[in-house]
Design a protein around this ligand. Structure first.
Ligand SMILES: [Zn+2]
Length: 144
């Protein structure tokens, strides 16, 4: 699931393919199927970062999904603005803020994104998109 794209092996954390000392480590994700998977890292630093990230994801995945689902539901409330009035837009844009905050704190991107960019850059992209949502939410709220 976390084998990065490319002909040569790439480090799961930094995404680099030009290192000599690659090694395979086994990571355990309790709720995944299969729960154990071999991944490639290029250094002890990258190995630590990968292990810490997966621990962080495992610990917070519920909060992440709660934030995303609640954020989307609140954001969708804007669709009924023509019926019940513009005041509901505040709720809708607050949902956008919540989505932004969720992605900044928990930048959990899809396995596909990780396979292209590596975990470090993938999470960075997750944070950037969170900041974009956050700023958009603030701008929209100020314009109500
Ligand atoms: Zn690396």
């Amino acid at each position: 699931m976390f084998k990065l794209y490319g002909k040569r092996p790439r480090c799961l954390w930094c995404g680099k393919a030009n290192k000599e000392n690659y090694r395979e480590i086994v990571i355990t994700i309790k709720k995944a199927t299969p729960p154990q998977e071999e991944v490639v890292v290029c250094s002890e630093k990258c190995e630590k970062a990968v292990l810490n990230s997966f621990q962080f994801v495992e610990k917070n995945i519920h909060l992440f999904f709660a934030g995303v689902i609640l954020g989307i539901l609140l954001a969708l409330s804007g669709l009924i603005a023509p019926i019940i009035g513009r005041k509901v837009l505040l709720v809708s844009f607050t949902g956008m803020l919540l989505l932004g905050i969720t992605f900044v704190i928990f930048p959990f991107v899809t396995p596909q994104t990780t396979k292209i960019f590596g975990l470090r850059n993938g999470m960075f992209l997750g944070r950037v998109s969170g900041i974009v949502f956050l700023l958009l939410g603030i701008v929209l709220i100020l314009k109500i």
